[in-house]
Design a binder for this molecule. Structure first.
Ligand SMILES: Cc1cc2nc3c(=O)[nH]c(=O)nc-3n(C[C@H](O)[C@H](O)[C@H](O)COP(=O)(O)O)c2cc1C
Length: 200
């Protein structure tokens, strides 16, 4: 039986933008004027299982926004925890004013306007499927057409190993980068212990 209470005792109604949950910190790549551009992006999520899709929320003021809208392509690159400075820089400087193309060694997979970053052990190339216009941002939903993982970050079964990828996480609004913490359980597994009790 669920316990339902309307009382907010012990809870503080914080500002709507003040909640803190760790997000994967990425670098989104696009092509503008024939050269790669990169921007720090943390507002992203998987949005569709089959075909695989992910969405990135890009503020319309960013130079990358026009590039992604024009080409219909973008990449999502996952830097390691060693890459905080260069990742942060891509979020401080705009491609409208500075050339960020030389920051990384670039390679291309299947798409010509989704530059992948060699220094990032995991990179995903996307073709825009849908662009959802929100008040300040466009939520670009991309169909994943390629996902590239560094060989030395694969586990014995050939799957990307999070411990080897060493992804960067971001929390807002305290604006700090984090490393991943400890494994605390197994998904689609640990809940099985409650099945008998709940009868599900
Ligand atoms: C840690 C961090 C995370 C960011 N996440 C996003 C994001 O998810 N979406 C967004 O539109 N801008 C985000 N930004 C801001 C852009 O990266 C920043 O405005 C950048 O300079 C845009 O580059 P561009 O003008 O070359 O596209 C983030 C910046 C930082 C430092």
């Amino acid at each position: 039986m669920a316990t339902v209470s309307k009382a907010t005792a012990g809870r503080v109604d914080i500002a709507p933008n003040a909640f803190v949950v760790p997000m994967a910190q990425t670098i989104v790549g696009s092509m503008a004027g024939g050269r790669p551009n990169f921007m720090a992006v943390a507002w992203l999520t998987r949005v569709n299982y089959q075909p695989p899709m992910l969405g990135v929320a890009i503020n319309r003021r960013n130079f990358s926004h026009g590039a992604i809208a024009a080409s219909g392509q973008f990449s999502v690159n996952f830097p390691t925890v060693d890459m905080t400075a260069v990742t942060d820089y891509t979020g401080l400087a705009s491609g409208a004013r500075v050339d960020k193309s030389g920051l990384f060694e670039v390679f291309h997979g299947h798409l010509d306007a989704a530059p992948l970053i060699r220094e990032c052990p995991l990179g995903i190339e996307c073709r825009v499927h849908t662009a959802v216009e929100l008040p300040s941002n466009t939520f670009f939903i991309g169909e994943i057409v390629g996902a590239w993982c560094a060989e030395d970050c694969l586990d014995g079964d050939g799957a990307p190993d999070p411990k080897l990828l060493r992804p960067m996480l971001l929390t807002m609004p305290d604006n700090r980068y984090w490393a991943m913490g400890d494994v605390v359980g197994r998904a689609w597994h640990d809940g099985k212990a409650l099945r008998v009790r709940a009868g599900g």
